[in-house]
Design a protein around this ligand. Structure first.
Ligand code: UDP
Length: 241
C-alpha cells in the first residue's frame, strides 16, 4: 500500500479523532487521552490511554481478522494512530454481556457479578442528545438503520467476536464481562467491525481477584486507572498457549 497522507480532520469525538487522507478509501483514527463518563458529566484525562487503546485495538482487530471477522483496521501508523478503511457507520452501539454489572444491575436488578445463563445482546441508538436510548431489532429495521440481512450479520459477528475474545482474555487471566461494538458498511456493502476494542469499551475483571481493569476505575474513582490500562496492554501483548 502506498502510504496515505493525513489530510483534514473529519470528526472529533470524546476519545478519538478521524482524519481524511489523500486516499478516499482510507481514514486515520487517532486515540486521545481524554475520558468521559456518566453521559458526559465526568470529564478527565487518563495518561497514555490513547497509546494503550491504539495498541490494544490494533492487536485485537488483527487477531479477529485471523478468525475471518472483517474489521476496518488496515495497519498501525504511530503510537496513537492507525489507518482504517472508510466505512459508512451504522449509528448503533451493540453491547454484549457475559456477566451482570453496570446498567444491567441497575435496570433489571440482576445480582452484580452473576455469570449470565447465556450472553445478552443489546442495542443502543448512538445519539448523545437523546442519551443513547436502548432500542430493539424492530426499531433498527423500522428506522432504516440496517436491513434484516445486515442485522443478522451483525448478530453473527458479535456472537463470534464474543466467543473468540472471551477465550483470548481468559487465557490472559481476564474475564470479558461486557463490551460495546460499532459496525459500518465497507464500499462493497459488506458489514465490517469499526471503532475500537479497548479498556474504554470493554469491562475486564482479573480472574483471580475480580479486580477491575478497565474504564470503570475512572468512572467509579477507584484509583490506579493508568496502571490498569497498562496492565491490560501487557496481558494483551503476552504470548500464551
Ligand atoms: N459502553 C461503551 N460506550 C457507551 C456505553 C457502554 O463503550 O457509551 C460499554 C461499557 O464500557 C461496557 C458495556 O458497554 O463495557 C456495557 O455498558 P453499560 O450499559 O453497563 O454501561 P453503564 O450504564 O454501566 O455505564
Amino acid at each position: 500500500m502506498k502510504e496515505a497522507k493525513k489530510k483534514n480532520k473529519l470528526y472529533e469525538g470524546k476519545a478519538k479523532i478521524v482524519y481524511e487522507t489523500d486516499n478516499e478509501d482510507i481514514y486515520i483514527q487517532e486515540f486521545k487521552d481524554d475520558a468521559t463518563a456518566g453521559d458526559g458529566a465526568k470529564k478527565g484525562k487518563i495518561k497514555s490511554k490513547g497509546i494503550v487503546n491504539n495498541q490494544v485495538s490494533g492487536h485485537l482487530f488483527t487477531y479477529l481478522e485471523s478468525y475471518h471477522v472483517p474489521t476496518h483496521f488496515i495497519k498501525t501508523l504511530s503510537d496513537r494512530a492507525m489507518f482504517i478503511k472508510k466505512l459508512e457507520m451504522i449509528p448503533i452501539e451493540v453491547v454484549m454481556r457475559n456477566i451482570a454489572t453496570g446498567s444491567l444491575v441497575k435496570r433489571y436488578g440482576v445480582e452484580e457479578g452473576k455469570e449470565l445463563e447465556q450472553p445478552i445482546l443489546e442495542y443502543y441508538l448512538k445519539d448523545d442528545a437523546k442519551h443513547d436510548p436502548m432500542i430493539n431489532e424492530d426499531h433498527i429495521l423500522s428506522f432504516g438503520h440496517a436491513d434484516a440481512e445486515e442485522l443478522k450479520q451483525i448478530q453473527r459477528l458479535t456472537k463470534k467476536i464474543n466467543a473468540v475474545l472471551k477465550s483470548f482474555f481468559y487465557r490472559r487471566n481476564m474475564l470479558l464481562v461486557d463490551f460495546k461494538l460499532e459496525y459500518g458498511r465497507y464500499k462493497n456493502g459488506k458489514i465490517c467491525l469499526g471503532d475500537e476494542i479497548s479498556p474504554d469499551t470493554c469491562r475486564f475483571w482479573d480472574v483471580e481477584t475480580n479486580e477491575k481493569l478497565d474504564k470503570d476505575r475512572f468512572r467509579q474513582d477507584l484509583g490506579k486507572v493508568e496502571e490498569a490500562y497498562q496492565e491490560v496492554l501487557k496481558r494483551v501483548l503476552k504470548t500464551v498457549n
